[in-house]
Write a protein that binds this ligand. Structure first.
Ligand code: EPZ
Length: 406
């Protein structure tokens, strides 16, 4: 495949920022917001809480001035588990939040014990009954020092959102360092918040009394960028990605170079030139940022499936994020999985087959595999893919892929 692709705005930045508009309480305009079903679900929640939302292409206008609820229905919570991020935003704004414990999903049980521990440290009363979680603060939320036993992205975001308007200072020790955390902090600071250290392991939030309107541009989606890079890698093409933040791709670029791809970075652009045949990437282990991202694990597994040699990939973040290997093996890959480690013996080529997506990134990995397989591949459950990729088939077709939605 050859050509250039504009990378969408980051889903995992847009979701917490849209929730954060509830804490702001004034009109906010968010640009470069990707058109995804997860965004639709978040907008449904905002509207159910009484917010006014207007959307035009990749711009979303949210005015939460007339918020009239602090409870998110079971049905809406089931649409998207990461809606748990509304907990902190609602507590900041109303002092109360009622939502459903987010159920497990295809990649793991997704507990929120770290979120709830942190809310209690902030003086919030948390009760859990019949699957519903009710949070209530007694008086104004008071800042606290909170240490996370694991740098959870969602827990870090919920702490920031719950403490942004608290009395006093909140310090997060062992915070997640993902770029989406920095983007959330940048958004809130543009509304008048006082957050420092985002992107590092210690974040300090000095509570402020109120927040103000803002206009904001979401960062590009580093996981979508990696997906398109993998599409170029497995089809031996040269692809230019428009709109990337080079630093956000540093955790994955070494793997692409090890596989024989040539990467050139310009201002906000990345050019990838793939070799005739990929080489093994040796060993990859997923880690919290700035380590190799778990969201790219299935995608590089698809790459390794057709590389020359053996690649070992260890999944260290989620407990069951290897189901795509079963589908890849149905396409002729040679992958064995032991617990959370995949051993991938590269084959000359994959064969087209009918395969199923089990989660968002697994679905993307199967599309990548289909791009280079001999014969036709059909990927079902594309609703998973639509949660995180804006117009995936259009963007891939732009660079020469023979792909269509049926
Ligand atoms: C965010 O999920 C992302 N989602 C995920 O992307 C991403 O895979 C993950 O971070 C890791 O980078 C959004 O941002 C919407 P975590 P999150 O809390 O916040 C355990 C995608 O494909 N944990 O860092 O849920 C948890 O079980 C999605 O776009 C606890 O044990 O991730 C997991 O094993 C998938 N207790 C690990 O930590 C808690 O209270 C990482 O979870 C919270 C988390």
């Amino acid at each position: 495949m050859d050509g250039s692709i504009k990378v969408q705005g980051a889903k995992n930045s847009a979701l917490p920022i849209l929730a954060a508009t509830v804490a702001v309480g004034k009109p906010c305009v968010i640009h470069n917001c990707p058109r995804l079903s997860d965004i639709d679900a978040t907008v449904d929640i905002l509207v159910s809480l009484g917010c006014e939302v207007k959307r035009n292409s990749n711009t979303v206008y949210v005015d939460s001035s007339n918020l009239d609820s602090d409870s998110i229905s079971d049905a809406l919570m089931r649409e998207m588990r990461s809606s748990v991020i509304f907990m902190g935003a609602l507590l900041s704004r109303t002092g109360e939040a009622e939502l459903t414990a987010p159920g497990g999903c295809d990649i793991g049980i997704r507990p929120i014990d770290l979120h709830l521990m942190a809310m209690k440290k902030l003086g919030i009363d948390v009760t859990e009954e019949y699957g519903r979680i009710r949070c209530r603060r007694k008086g104004r939320i008071k800042g606290a020092k909170i240490t996370l036993s694991f740098p959870s992205v969602g827990a870090t975001e919920n702490i920031i959102l719950a403490s942004v308007r608290a009395a006093g200072v909140t310090t997060i020790i062992n915070a997640a360092r993902e770029p989406e955390i920095s983007d959330l902090a940048k958004f809130l600071n543009s509304c008048g918040a006082k957050i420092s250290g985002a992107g590092e392991s210690t974040i300090v939030i000095e509570g402020v009394d109120r927040l103000y309107s803002t206009q904001f541009y979401i960062i590009p989606d580093r996981i979508a960028a990696c997906t398109y890079m993998a599409g170029a890698a497995v089809t031996g093409g040269t692809v230019v990605l428009d709109d990337i933040v080079p630093a956000h791709l540093m955790p994955v670029i070494p793997c692409f170079e090890q596989s024989g791809c040539k990467i050139q970075i310009g201002s906000g652009k990345l050019k990838i030139t793939a070799p005739e045949r990929l080489k093994s990437m040796q060993t990859i282990r997923t880690m919290p940022y700035p380590g190799f991202p778990t969201d790219c694990q299935a995608i590089v597994t698809a790459m390794a499936s057709v590389a020359d040699g053996t690649t070992v990939i260890a999944e260290n973040i989620f407990e069951s994020r290897m189901r795509h290997t079963v589908e890849l093996n149905r396409m002729g890959a040679s992958i064995t999985v032991h617990d959370k480690v995949a051993i991938i013996n590269g084959v000359e080529f994959l064969q087209g087959a009918a395969v199923s997506s089990h989660d968002l990134r697994a679905g993307a990995a199967l599309v990548i595999a289909g791009l280079c397989a001999h014969g036709e591949t059909t990927v079902d459950n594309v609703n998973y893919i639509d949660r995180g990729y804006e117009a995936l088939e259009d963007r891939l077709r732009q660079i020469g892929a023979d792909i269509k939605r049926v």
